[in-house]
Design a protein around this ligand. Sequence first.
Ligand SMILES: Nc1ncnc2c1ncn2[C@@H]1O[C@H](COP(=O)(O)OP(=O)(O)OP(=O)(O)O)[C@@H](O)[C@H]1O
Length: 239
Amino acid sequence: MAPHTEQLTRPAVRLRGLTRAFEGRTVLDGLDLDLPAGQFTALLGHSGSGKSTLLRAIAGIDHGVAGSGTLTAPERVSVVFQDSRLLPWRRILPNVLLGLDGKDAGERGRAALAEVGLGGRERAWPSELSGGEQQRAALARSLVREPELLLADEPFGALDALTRIKMHALLRQLWERHRPSVLLVTHDVDEAIALADRVLVLEDGRIGLDLTVDRDGPHAHGEYRTRLLKALGVSDDAP
Ligand SMILES: Nc1ncnc2c1ncn2[C@@H]1O[C@H](COP(=O)(O)OP(=O)(O)OP(=O)(O)O)[C@@H](O)[C@H]1O
């Protein structure tokens, strides 16, 4: 295989037999998963099914949990959470640049802030930003690190419906421009279909459904929705 082709097809994340347990209770149970480089994947599952546990395992921040299996992930991984985790005692630009050095870091930070629509807010304090703006800053902090893999755990879960729609468009736009692999954990079936090219459902510690969303194909949003809700054990005509 030519090196170029190999690079395109090599998975960014490879999990084999991944098991994670808390105090003897198994949450992930021999899970296998490949995430191809540059793919936008969403992960759905019931509350407590282990979505965050899986994301933390991939991020390498799952200390204090018993585990086995093999896991390969890229070197540059950024994580975005439901809350922005900005340091309240630092202004926005230093928050975005936290831990980065290099002569051009400031310039890159400003460019990332401009890209998420926060140009001119570099000197604001986190408390001066709205919830949506704080999540934009969190995205800028991830972007500036040029991640090969972006892990997002319910990043829009705390935002109002209109802000969420704007953030969906922004995240998809950033992904199209930078093409990291994305794994987005969400409770929201519609958000998953709107954003991802592949939607996974976590069930009994493994991937129960692996659905490809073909944006250019004949399938309508409603068909994907019905299949996903069925996999989640929810009827879409339930009152
Ligand atoms: N540090 C921990 N100690 C003990 N149990 C834990 C710990 N972290 C997670 N768990 C348990 O593991 C299970 C999976 O939790 P996890 O947070 O991964 O689920 P989730 O699918 O992300 O849930 P939600 O959608 O509600 O955020 C839950 O039963 C949870 O109580």
